[in-house]
Design a protein around this ligand. Sequence first.
Ligand SMILES: Nc1ncnc2c1ncn2[C@@H]1O[C@H](COP(=O)(O)OP(=O)(O)OP(=O)(O)O)[C@@H](O)[C@H]1O
Length: 232
Amino acid sequence: MELRADRLSVRRDERAVLLDVTCSLPPGSHVLVLGRSGAGKTTLLKALAGLVAPASGQVLWSGEDVARMAPAQKRERQAAFGMVFQTDALFDSMTVRHNVLLPLERRRVPREEAEARADEVLRAVGLADAADAMPERLSGGMRKRAGIARALAARPSVLLADDPFAGLDPGTARQVARVLLEVAGSGSLIVAAPDAPPELPLARWLYLRDGQLRYDGPPAPEVETLTDEALA
Ligand SMILES: Nc1ncnc2c1ncn2[C@@H]1O[C@H](COP(=O)(O)OP(=O)(O)OP(=O)(O)O)[C@@H](O)[C@H]1O
Protein backbone atom coordinates (compact mmCIF):
# COMPACT_ATOMS: atom_id res chain seq x y z
CA MET A 1 0.00 0.00 0.00
CA GLU A 2 1.21 3.43 -0.80
CA LEU A 3 2.44 5.80 1.89
CA ARG A 4 2.31 9.47 1.05
CA ALA A 5 3.04 12.78 2.70
CA ASP A 6 1.00 15.58 1.21
CA ARG A 7 2.08 19.12 2.05
CA LEU A 8 2.95 17.80 5.49
CA SER A 9 3.95 20.32 8.15
CA VAL A 10 4.76 19.56 11.78
CA ARG A 11 5.24 22.18 14.48
CA ARG A 12 7.15 21.92 17.73
CA ASP A 13 7.09 24.78 20.21
CA GLU A 14 5.43 27.10 17.68
CA ARG A 15 8.18 26.37 15.18
CA ALA A 16 7.77 24.46 11.89
CA VAL A 17 10.17 21.52 12.02
CA LEU A 18 8.69 20.04 8.84
CA LEU A 19 7.35 22.36 6.21
CA ASP A 20 5.19 21.43 3.24
CA VAL A 21 6.80 18.05 2.62
CA THR A 22 5.28 16.07 -0.23
CA CYS A 23 6.52 12.65 -1.24
CA SER A 24 5.08 9.34 -2.39
CA LEU A 25 6.46 6.05 -1.19
CA PRO A 26 4.97 3.20 -3.20
CA PRO A 27 5.24 -0.36 -1.84
CA GLY A 28 8.81 -1.65 -2.08
CA SER A 29 10.39 1.82 -1.80
CA HIS A 30 13.94 1.79 -0.50
CA VAL A 31 14.64 5.32 0.66
CA LEU A 32 17.40 7.13 2.50
CA VAL A 33 16.39 10.30 4.34
CA LEU A 34 19.40 12.57 4.68
CA GLY A 35 19.94 15.90 6.39
CA ARG A 36 21.99 17.53 9.07
CA SER A 37 21.21 17.25 12.74
CA GLY A 38 17.90 18.98 13.38
CA ALA A 39 16.83 18.91 9.71
CA GLY A 40 13.68 17.00 10.61
CA LYS A 41 14.55 13.41 9.66
CA THR A 42 13.26 11.78 12.85
CA THR A 43 10.16 13.96 12.77
CA LEU A 44 9.42 12.87 9.19
CA LEU A 45 9.76 9.19 10.12
CA LYS A 46 7.55 9.65 13.17
CA ALA A 47 4.95 11.55 11.16
CA LEU A 48 4.90 8.83 8.48
CA ALA A 49 4.45 6.27 11.25
CA GLY A 50 1.53 8.28 12.66
CA LEU A 51 3.37 9.04 15.91
CA VAL A 52 3.28 12.81 15.56
CA ALA A 53 0.29 14.73 14.30
CA PRO A 54 0.58 17.11 11.35
CA ALA A 55 -0.02 20.81 11.98
CA SER A 56 -1.23 20.91 8.39
CA GLY A 57 -1.19 18.63 5.40
CA GLN A 58 -1.67 14.89 5.60
CA VAL A 59 -0.11 11.50 5.81
CA LEU A 60 -1.99 9.16 3.52
CA TRP A 61 -1.94 5.38 3.72
CA SER A 62 -3.46 3.78 0.68
CA GLY A 63 -5.06 7.13 -0.12
CA GLU A 64 -6.65 7.57 3.31
CA ASP A 65 -5.82 10.38 5.69
CA VAL A 66 -4.23 8.70 8.71
CA ALA A 67 -5.48 11.44 11.07
CA ARG A 68 -9.06 10.61 10.16
CA MET A 69 -8.89 6.85 10.43
CA ALA A 70 -11.15 4.98 12.84
CA PRO A 71 -9.31 3.35 15.77
CA ALA A 72 -9.55 -0.17 14.27
CA GLN A 73 -8.15 1.04 10.97
CA LYS A 74 -5.37 2.87 12.80
CA ARG A 75 -4.41 -0.31 14.65
CA GLU A 76 -4.36 -2.25 11.39
CA ARG A 77 -2.10 0.35 9.82
CA GLN A 78 0.15 0.40 12.86
CA ALA A 79 0.59 -3.36 12.55
CA ALA A 80 1.96 -2.85 9.02
CA PHE A 81 4.75 -0.62 10.38
CA GLY A 82 7.99 -1.62 12.01
CA MET A 83 10.13 1.00 13.69
CA VAL A 84 13.70 1.06 14.84
CA PHE A 85 14.26 4.32 16.69
CA GLN A 86 17.44 5.66 18.27
CA THR A 87 15.95 5.57 21.72
CA ASP A 88 14.51 2.08 21.35
CA ALA A 89 14.93 0.22 24.57
CA LEU A 90 14.87 -3.50 25.07
CA PHE A 91 13.22 -4.68 28.26
CA ASP A 92 16.11 -5.60 30.50
CA SER A 93 14.07 -7.97 32.61
CA MET A 94 13.42 -10.42 29.76
CA THR A 95 15.61 -12.42 27.40
CA VAL A 96 16.40 -11.27 23.89
CA ARG A 97 14.00 -13.89 22.50
CA HIS A 98 11.21 -12.70 24.79
CA ASN A 99 11.81 -9.10 23.69
CA VAL A 100 11.35 -10.22 20.09
CA LEU A 101 8.26 -12.29 20.96
CA LEU A 102 6.53 -9.43 22.74
CA PRO A 103 5.10 -7.62 19.69
CA LEU A 104 3.94 -10.97 18.32
CA GLU A 105 2.15 -11.78 21.57
CA ARG A 106 0.47 -8.39 21.35
CA ARG A 107 -0.66 -9.23 17.83
CA ARG A 108 -1.95 -12.59 19.09
CA VAL A 109 0.24 -14.59 16.73
CA PRO A 110 -0.11 -18.26 17.82
CA ARG A 111 2.71 -19.33 20.14
CA GLU A 112 4.35 -21.88 17.85
CA GLU A 113 4.40 -19.57 14.86
CA ALA A 114 5.65 -16.68 17.01
CA GLU A 115 8.55 -18.75 18.31
CA ALA A 116 9.47 -19.92 14.82
CA ARG A 117 9.44 -16.32 13.58
CA ALA A 118 11.47 -15.05 16.53
CA ASP A 119 14.13 -17.71 15.91
CA GLU A 120 14.16 -16.90 12.19
CA VAL A 121 14.75 -13.16 12.68
CA LEU A 122 17.29 -13.70 15.43
CA ARG A 123 19.23 -15.97 13.05
CA ALA A 124 18.93 -13.33 10.32
CA VAL A 125 20.51 -10.66 12.52
CA GLY A 126 23.20 -13.04 13.75
CA LEU A 127 21.86 -13.30 17.29
CA ALA A 128 20.74 -16.94 17.40
CA ASP A 129 23.35 -17.68 20.04
CA ALA A 130 22.30 -14.71 22.17
CA ALA A 131 18.56 -15.53 22.13
CA ASP A 132 18.51 -16.61 25.77
CA ALA A 133 20.78 -13.83 27.01
CA MET A 134 19.52 -10.87 28.99
CA PRO A 135 19.91 -7.61 27.04
CA GLU A 136 22.37 -6.12 29.54
CA ARG A 137 24.87 -8.78 28.45
CA LEU A 138 24.83 -7.52 24.84
CA SER A 139 27.12 -5.02 23.17
CA GLY A 140 25.64 -1.83 21.69
CA GLY A 141 25.71 -3.31 18.17
CA MET A 142 24.01 -6.49 19.35
CA ARG A 143 21.31 -4.48 21.11
CA LYS A 144 20.70 -2.57 17.91
CA ARG A 145 20.40 -5.80 15.94
CA ALA A 146 18.02 -7.14 18.61
CA GLY A 147 15.89 -4.01 18.16
CA ILE A 148 15.84 -4.60 14.41
CA ALA A 149 14.90 -8.24 14.97
CA ARG A 150 12.00 -7.14 17.18
CA ALA A 151 10.75 -4.77 14.47
CA LEU A 152 11.16 -7.37 11.74
CA ALA A 153 9.46 -10.25 13.57
CA ALA A 154 6.11 -8.62 12.97
CA ARG A 155 6.81 -8.73 9.21
CA PRO A 156 6.05 -5.07 8.63
CA SER A 157 5.34 -3.92 5.10
CA VAL A 158 7.05 -0.61 5.98
CA LEU A 159 10.23 -0.61 8.05
CA LEU A 160 11.39 2.76 9.40
CA ALA A 161 14.89 2.93 10.86
CA ASP A 162 16.23 6.09 12.47
CA ASP A 163 20.01 6.34 12.28
CA PRO A 164 20.50 2.58 12.66
CA PHE A 165 24.29 2.92 12.28
CA ALA A 166 24.90 5.46 15.03
CA GLY A 167 27.64 4.27 17.34
CA LEU A 168 28.39 1.10 15.37
CA ASP A 169 31.84 0.12 14.15
CA PRO A 170 32.10 -0.32 10.35
CA GLY A 171 31.91 -4.13 10.52
CA THR A 172 28.76 -4.13 12.64
CA ALA A 173 27.27 -1.35 10.49
CA ARG A 174 27.77 -3.54 7.41
CA GLN A 175 26.09 -6.44 9.16
CA VAL A 176 23.13 -4.28 10.22
CA ALA A 177 22.85 -2.88 6.66
CA ARG A 178 22.82 -6.38 5.17
CA VAL A 179 20.10 -7.47 7.58
CA LEU A 180 17.98 -4.40 6.85
CA LEU A 181 18.18 -4.96 3.09
CA GLU A 182 17.71 -8.70 3.23
CA VAL A 183 14.83 -8.70 5.59
CA ALA A 184 13.05 -5.64 4.23
CA GLY A 185 12.85 -7.72 1.02
CA SER A 186 9.97 -6.57 -1.08
CA GLY A 187 8.60 -4.30 1.65
CA SER A 188 9.43 -0.61 2.01
CA LEU A 189 12.54 0.44 3.87
CA ILE A 190 12.97 4.05 4.98
CA VAL A 191 16.24 4.83 6.72
CA ALA A 192 17.24 8.20 8.19
CA ALA A 193 20.92 9.00 8.60
CA PRO A 194 23.08 12.12 8.86
CA ASP A 195 25.34 10.91 6.01
CA ALA A 196 24.87 8.36 3.26
CA PRO A 197 26.04 5.08 4.79
CA PRO A 198 28.38 3.47 2.25
CA GLU A 199 27.22 0.01 3.31
CA LEU A 200 23.57 0.67 2.51
CA PRO A 201 22.91 1.49 -1.14
CA LEU A 202 19.32 2.74 -1.31
CA ALA A 203 17.89 3.66 -4.68
CA ARG A 204 16.23 6.90 -3.67
CA TRP A 205 17.39 9.80 -1.53
CA LEU A 206 15.31 12.43 0.20
CA TYR A 207 17.30 15.38 1.45
CA LEU A 208 15.85 17.58 4.19
CA ARG A 209 17.14 20.96 5.18
CA ASP A 210 15.48 23.05 7.88
CA GLY A 211 12.37 20.89 7.65
CA GLN A 212 12.00 21.29 3.90
CA LEU A 213 12.41 18.58 1.31
CA ARG A 214 15.14 19.92 -0.93
CA TYR A 215 15.90 16.87 -3.04
CA ASP A 216 14.02 13.70 -3.99
CA GLY A 217 15.75 11.47 -6.51
CA PRO A 218 18.46 8.93 -7.19
CA PRO A 219 21.59 8.94 -5.01
CA ALA A 220 23.39 12.22 -5.58
CA PRO A 221 26.39 12.64 -3.26
CA GLU A 222 26.55 16.34 -4.12
CA VAL A 223 23.31 17.10 -2.19
CA GLU A 224 25.24 16.66 1.03
CA THR A 225 27.68 19.40 0.17
CA LEU A 226 25.46 21.84 -1.71
CA THR A 227 24.99 25.24 -0.15
CA ASP A 228 21.58 26.68 0.64
CA GLU A 229 21.82 28.99 -2.35
CA ALA A 230 22.60 26.13 -4.72
CA LEU A 231 19.63 24.13 -3.45
CA ALA A 232 17.20 27.05 -3.47
N1 LIG B 1 9.60 16.85 21.16
C1 LIG B 1 10.15 17.96 20.66
N2 LIG B 1 9.94 19.17 21.24
C2 LIG B 1 10.48 20.29 20.73
N3 LIG B 1 11.26 20.32 19.64
C3 LIG B 1 11.51 19.16 19.03
C4 LIG B 1 10.98 17.91 19.51
N4 LIG B 1 11.40 16.93 18.66
C5 LIG B 1 12.16 17.52 17.74
N5 LIG B 1 12.24 18.85 17.94
C6 LIG B 1 12.98 19.82 17.12
O1 LIG B 1 12.63 19.59 15.78
C7 LIG B 1 13.75 19.77 14.92
C8 LIG B 1 13.94 18.53 14.07
O2 LIG B 1 14.28 17.46 14.92
P1 LIG B 1 14.53 15.99 14.36
O3 LIG B 1 14.84 15.12 15.54
O4 LIG B 1 13.41 15.59 13.48
O5 LIG B 1 15.84 16.21 13.48
P2 LIG B 1 16.85 15.16 12.89
O6 LIG B 1 17.12 15.58 11.49
O7 LIG B 1 16.33 13.78 13.08
O8 LIG B 1 18.13 15.38 13.80
P3 LIG B 1 19.22 14.33 14.37
O9 LIG B 1 19.99 13.86 13.18
O10 LIG B 1 20.03 15.17 15.30
O11 LIG B 1 18.45 13.25 15.07
C9 LIG B 1 14.93 20.08 15.82
O12 LIG B 1 15.15 21.45 15.81
C10 LIG B 1 14.47 19.62 17.18
O13 LIG B 1 15.03 20.41 18.20
